[in-house]
Every structure is written in structure tokens, then in C-alpha cells.
Design a protein around this ligand. Sequence first.
Ligand code: F6R
Length: 259
Amino acid sequence: MLVVIKKGYEEMSKEAARVISEIVREKPTAALGLATGSTPLGVYRELIRMHKEEGLDFSKITTFNLDEYLGLPPSHPQSYHYFMYENLFNHINVNERFVHIPSGMVDVNEIHRIHKYCDWYEDRIGEVGGIDLQLLGIGKNGHIGFNEPGSSLGALTRIKTLTENTRADNSRFFDNDIRKVPKYAITMGIGTIMNARLVLLIASGKTKAGAIKKTVEGPITAQVPASMVQMHRKAILIVDEEAGSKLDVHYERIVTDLN
Ligand code: F6R
């Protein structure tokens, strides 16, 4: 695992975008695993800039998003579909046919359909030859995707019931009304994430410092799902100084290549 500590949010975002752009340039048909949330916004801004100013070409890139709320149509402003189009896809030349975001519209009451849908999502990832780079944010409790503490460390894409904590946390995006927050989501599992050839986890700010310490220096445990990246052969963590402030070891501050 490579831990890169950057001064602040902007530097973290630029470094992560640089790693992603290298993959896009080296392999124009790469499959990128993408995340939502506030942390990747700066990375997406930088990728948009690289597309507009440097001609970074996404036309043959395939994308797979980590997760989506069940019950929200793509047009819902809090759906992850909406987020991805608003913050990235509408501003780069990605081919919509190659974009995959778990559907929020599979009927929760038809569990066999959900299972089938999740299997299809995994199969699609397999059909394109696997994910080359998976971008991840991290929750304060160490969650990745909607894999909350206690999630199976080998699981693939599946339905998850959201914890009350996560729903309360996310209610800020739903008029502070927890009743409006969906109860279920479809999410890639830790197994799906571990299958990616490169995992790129980003974190910013003091509120993530505890989770980053446990992820990097703690035991590998389902109680901190992100700690599983310790087992990955090619994991890069790019954090800012605040998110890295609880780490014991003094890590490299500037890293210029992936080895
Ligand atoms: C988003 C996702 C979540 C977020 C995490 C951190 O697709 O899978 O696990 O990465 O909740 O969110 P932010 O970046 O908003 O702190």
C-alpha cells in the first residue's frame, strides 16, 4: 500500500486526478470504478479541466459506479446517477453506452430480481475485463461504498440495508428528514473492490483521520471495511495532512510514480 500525504484538498485532488489520467492515457479503453460523495468532487473538477484543456479522452473509457440508493429515479437530485452526470459525465466525452451506475429502480420487494440485477452488474464488469482503477472515498466509520462495518469482506455487488447512522448522516441531503432517506442501496462489495487492478482511496479533513489511521495501521477487520485495502496488491491512498494527521509512521510526502 502506498500512502501519499498531500498538503490540502486541492493537492490531494490533483494527485488523484493525475493517477487516473495516467491510466486513461496508457489504456484508452480502461474501466474506471467511480465514487460519489463530497471527496471526489475536486478530482472530477480536475479531470474535466484535463479533458477541456489537455484533450484527455474518455470516449472509449467504461465506468462502473460503486453504489446507488434503491428507490430513487436517475432524475432525483440526490441519486448517484444525477450526481455523476452533474459533476462529471456531462462535462467530458464519455460514451453513455459505456457508463454503468447501479439502478435505483429495481423493485425492493422483488428480491430475486435484485439478485439477478447484481449478478448482471458483476458480469458486465467481467465482460470488459475487470476494473482497472477503483476510486474510493471513505466514511468516518471506515465504510467504502455502502459496505458498512460488519459487511462481509468477500462480498460482491448486492443489496444492503443502510444503518440508521448512515441514514441520519445522509439526511442532510434530504431536507434533514430521515424518513426521506432511502432504506436500501445496491453497492459493489469489498470483493468487487478488491478485484480491481488498482484501488485509489482518497480522504480529506480531520473527520477522516481516525478512519485513515485504522485503515492503514489497524488490524484488518470487517469492523473497518476499508482496512481490507491492506490486502490489495496495488492500493494507493492519497490523503491530505488533516486526514493523515493520526498516522504514526512518517510517510512519503511526494510520490511521482506508481511503483
Ligand atoms: C460514495 C460512497 C461512499 C463515500 C463515503 C464518503 O459512492 O461510496 O462510501 O465515499 O461515504 O463520503 P464523502 O466523500 O462525502 O465524505
